[in-house]
Design a protein around this ligand. Sequence first.
Ligand code: COA
Ligand code: MG
Length: 296
Amino acid sequence: MVPILRSLLFVPGNVPKMLDKAMGCRPDAYLPDMEDSVPEAEKPNARCVIGAYVARLSTTGPLVIPRVNALDTGLTADDLEAVVGPEIDGVSVGKVHTADDVREITDLIGRLEQAAGVEVGRIGLIPWVESAKGVVHCYAVCTASPRIIGVAFGAEDYTHDMGIERLGDETDSEVAFARNTVCVAARAAGVPALDTPYFKFKDNAGLQRNALASKRCGFKGKFAIHPAQIRIINRVFSPSVEEIEQARRVVAAFEAAERTGRGSTSLDGQVVDVPVVKRARNILALAESMPESAAD
Ligand code: COA
Ligand code: MG
């Protein structure tokens, strides 16, 4: 079953103080990071620290999905070896460009699962699509393995790869095409698309608008880089009280029309027909499936 992943909190893996702090937060997933929040010289330390923390993180509720270094660093296998085991729910891997990259990663995970006595295939995978090549191959990446529980779009590396300026404002206009492409490819593959973090971590109003735009584009969740972002992201990616109420009214209006032999009706001056009621029912199903903290 694809888990609910609205908020995914990055924690630099070489900072035990932040890992301790994270355990008091309630994201849907922790991403203790070995990749770009960790300086080169600290990589071996981050690997050790995260290896030692995953057992404790796994007892607190949120999913544990460490992020490891990309295949071209030569660090991926050792990073995975430090964390693959019964305590983690998945791994996230930076800079995945093709389906072959996914297959190489899943083979590594599979061998480590076997060695750790974990059922092969149990550990999920969230690849980062954050290059022109990754965007072009996104559907192939998303369908390359049944392990994939989400696909992440990374705007910082994507703009670097494209040689364009990262504006970093709340509109994310410079990455609009890539964001839309990733969302459509992810949807076609049946996996949730997860959006790049909003780096202005003190700008809560900007984050709220940025996350809402992500949701409207088709993302199902967003990475957080600071604990204060979790609550806002969770709220945006959960159906609101108003959305739920409106969905109930739409379903009620449609069912009343059906009883009189009609396949469409109107509500507040707008047409309610089959796709409209399907969307409303989806909102109600999503609301049902949310954790109790949905409105937090
Ligand atoms: N996870 C856990 N705890 C975090 C945290 C995180 N991502 N970000 C901040 N905190 C903690 C701080 O350690 C501090 O704890 P304290 O009150 O016990 O001292 C508290 O939250 C408040 O932090 P604040 O002072 O507002 O921010 P900061 O200056 O300490 O940290 C950043 C700001 C941006 C450096 C930090 O949030 C960070 O490193 N984030 C992760 C960046 C990252 O993962 N980048 C890669 C993503 S692609
Ligand atoms: Mg990146």
